[in-house]
Ligand binder design. Structure first.
Ligand SMILES: [Zn+2]
Ligand SMILES: [Zn+2]
Length: 316
């Protein structure tokens, strides 16, 4: 059995476990499995975008760079045990992610490459897949290039799929809608609680919880936010609203266009010649019985709460 078959099988089993746990122990009760944006996240981001970006990153960026540099012939770190290599690349990459992610939240231009990820209104196992193509291109090139450069070809061929599998599993885990109480473990590693808060549309968390695997980066650099965990006490224990505080397109191509050129979302989405294209995916899902009829779906608006002014955080 090839390593790819093994990692894919593990990922599928993991996905089923996470979905089962979400159904049994939901963090936010009442979320639908086939929620708004399900098709977009699964088909466009998880399958199509990932497929093309993998080719672009490995075949057109990392491999040509490796051929020019010829570093892997040396295999500088190849003599390390496999577990140490995986751990080393996990920690160093998460350290990079912490700072780049933080920069994306503070810089207006870089925010355009990250807002897609925050546009999900239902944070579940699939939500993490929604990331702008440019964000994935930058992050995964920086993630996998050192593995290819610092290891010989044979070792890299093992470490790359293992690292990719852990990323995918961890992504599903931190975004999952599972009500897991990790307690003090959250000073060290990330779980759903801290990342659910990162996706909340509450002003207090617009600049918090940047790490994805090792929460200690947030606690060390002063950006950790988790009600109930010292030093923070907060009036509410769970977010009340998710997503962006402004209009954002629903379609994959419009989302990418919007990141380069701002437009009136409602006006563009209602253009008569664009509407049939925007609605065919929803129509197909309805036809397959995977989403509720349009009328009902349109009347279910998320509650509009201004928790930021009503419930200020208190530090102890
Ligand atoms: Zn973010
Ligand atoms: Zn996320």
């Amino acid at each position: 059995m090839s390593l790819l078959t093994i990692t894919t099988s593990i990922l599928l089993v993991w996905m089923l476990i996470i979905i089962a746990l979400e159904r049994r122990y939901p963090y936010t009760a009442g979320l639908k499995l086939f929620r708004e944006g399900w098709w977009l996240d699964l088909v466009w981001y998880t399958l199509i975008q990932s497929y093309f970006l993998k080719i672009l990153i490995f075949d057109y960026i990392i491999q040509p760079a490796e051929s020019a540099l010829g570093l892997s012939k040396e295999g500088y770190l190849s003599h390390w045990p496999l577990w140490a290599l995986v751990l080393f690349f996990l920690i160093t990459h998460d350290f990079y992610i912490y700072w780049f992610h933080r920069w994306q939240h503070h810089n207006k231009i870089l925010w355009r490459t990250h807002e897609a990820h925050h546009s999900v209104k239902t944070v579940d196992w699939l939500a993490g897949s929604r990331s702008h193509a440019l964000e994935i291109l930058i992050n995964q090139t920086i993630e996998f290039a050192p593995i290819v450069f610092l290891l010989d070809e044979k070792t890299a061929a093992v470490v790359v799929p293992i690292k990719a599998l852990i990323d995918a599993m961890w992504g599903m885990w931190i975004h999952s809608n599972i009500d897991v109480k990790m307690g003090k473990l959250q000073y060290f590693i990330n779980g759903p609680q801290m990342h659910q808060w990162h996706h909340a549309n509450h002003r207090e968390v617009f600049y918090a919880n940047y790490a994805t695997k090792f929460a200690f980066f947030d606690w060390i650099f002063g950006t950790g936010f988790l009600p109930g965990l010292k030093p923070l006490k907060y009036a509410i224990l769970k977010p009340r609203e998710y997503g962006l505080p402004y209009d954002y397109p629903r379609d994959y191509f419009l989302q990418h266009w919007f990141s380069f050129w701002r437009f009136d979302v409602k006006k563009v989405e209602n253009l008569p010649w664009l509407k049939p294209y925007l609605e065919w995916q929803q129509t197909l899902l309805r036809w397959m019985g995977l989403v509720r009829p349009l009328k009902k779906a349109l009347t279910t608006e998320p509650p509009s709460l201004n928790t930021t002014t009503q419930m200020p955080p208190t530090h102890s």
